[in-house]
Design a binder for this molecule. Structure first.
Ligand code: G6P
Length: 368
């Protein structure tokens, strides 16, 4: 009914718009003066944190893309060796795990079969397991050593949106805690990052107010059958998530590539029928990505850019520009993912798709 959807026509639209509140509740009470408190579910001794060398992040689908973002932030804020894998691969690989390994399993539902199997494998090999999930009573929540809950509220739309936002929040808290407690980050820098994180829900809300820009882009591009999504660094996993959303709910083929890798294959596909969706916030890799945008333009591909406020240069390069607020570069994924979720939603709507219940997909995949 409409009331369950708060007046939105679909759960997905409602859940996209809840993301400011979701991030706020995921962070709530966890950012303290001088430290991060992950709550009663997480019981690590200073000795354990000091002896850690490796962190593995394991998940499926959208949760996997949250892990790829986390990989980048963990590498920046800690000195740990970080490995990320899809659960269905990780469970069959010959990974090295020991007492110096923290394995993090990220699953919205806490019931994804491959993720559960990967957790059991790590546990049997003596690694410490942290679960990050939105469902308190889930199998994952019950089986892990340590538990971090998202507090996103139930997500009904099959395509994950607000739980991705909650996962990013939880994973950034984890990275900040590890960097802070292990002394990898200097305390003043840790304080600065914590204060940025605290203000992020407001920035998320600013992006949510800009839906009409994204809707316009969807009206221009909904008829195309193939998209190439590009990004570098923190924006690469967001390009992957944006392409996944488009596939899932509009059944439009979209492929994501690391922008610098485009020349090794996908550039052969470029032509006026293949739009390029580029995630290009103003960060240290901006110029690099911009040169890839020029390459796409030279092949006459239409370019849609998700770019920062105040970036005038991009207007000369892209056919359509969708704006996000400027932010410290580590935090752009929280903002740039939103227009991509909205783009997929509006394309699906214009194509007359199901949206909340896409064909062939399940909310949680409890078989291998
Ligand atoms: C299914 C859902 C996706 C989700 C994935 C992983 O494929 O349709 O939206 O990202 O499972 O689910 P999990 O509950 O483990 O995060």
């Amino acid at each position: 009914s409409m009331s369950e959807k708060d007046g939105y026509p679909h759960y997905m639209a409602k859940e996209i718009h809840e993301q400011g509140a979701v991030l706020r509740s995921t962070l709530k009470g966890r950012l303290l003066e001088g430290s991060v408190d992950l709550g009663d579910g997480v019981n690590w001794t200073p000795d354990f944190l000091g002896s850690l060398r490796r962190i593995h992040l394991v998940a499926c689908g959208t949760s996997y893309y949250a892990c790829l973002v986390a990989e980048r932030v963990l590498e920046r804020w800690t000195t740990l060796d970080v490995k990320v894998d899809i659960a269905s691969e990780y469970r069959y690989r010959d990974v090295r795990i020991g007492a110096d390994t923290l394995a993090v399993f990220v699953s919205q539902s806490g019931e994804t079969a491959d993720t559960l199997a990967a957790q059991r494998k790590v546990r049997a090999m003596g690694g410490r397991c942290l679960g990050i999930t939105n469902v308190r009573g889930s199998t994952l929540a019950r089986e892990v050593h340590d538990l971090l809950l998202l507090k996103a509220g139930p997500e009904i739309g099959v395509a994950a949106t607000k739980t991705f936002m909650g996962q990013l929040g939880a994973l950034y808290l984890l990275a900040l805690k590890l960097g802070w407690d292990r002394g990898d980050l200097n305390p003043a820098e840790a304080e600065r990052l914590a204060s940025i994180l605290l203000k992020l829900p407001y920035e998320v809300e600013r992006v949510l107010e800009r839906e009409s820009e994204v809707k316009k882009a969807a009206e221009t591009f909904f008829g195309f059958d193939n998209f190439l999504f590009l990004g570098r660094g923190f924006s690469y996993p967001i390009a992957m998530e944006g392409a996944l959303k488009l596939k899932e709910i509009s059944y439009v083929h979209a492929e994501a590539y690391a922008a610098g890798e485009m020349k090794h294959g996908p550039i052969a596909l470029l032509e006026p029928n293949v739009p390029v969706m580029v995630v290009i916030p103003k960060d240290g890799l901006y110029e690099k990505t911009l040169s890839n945008v020029q390459e796409a333009r030279a092949r006459r591909s239409p370019v849609v850019a998700v770019a920062s406020d105040g970036d005038d240069l991009i207007c000369q390069m892209a056919d359509t520009v969708i704006r996000i607020p400027r932010c410290d570069e580590c935090f752009s994924p929280f903002l740039s993912v939103i227009p991509l979720q909205m783009f997929a939603y509006h394309v699906a709507l214009l194509r007359g798709r199901e949206i909340d219940q896409p064909r062939n997909l399940a909310k949680s995949v409890t078989v291998e």
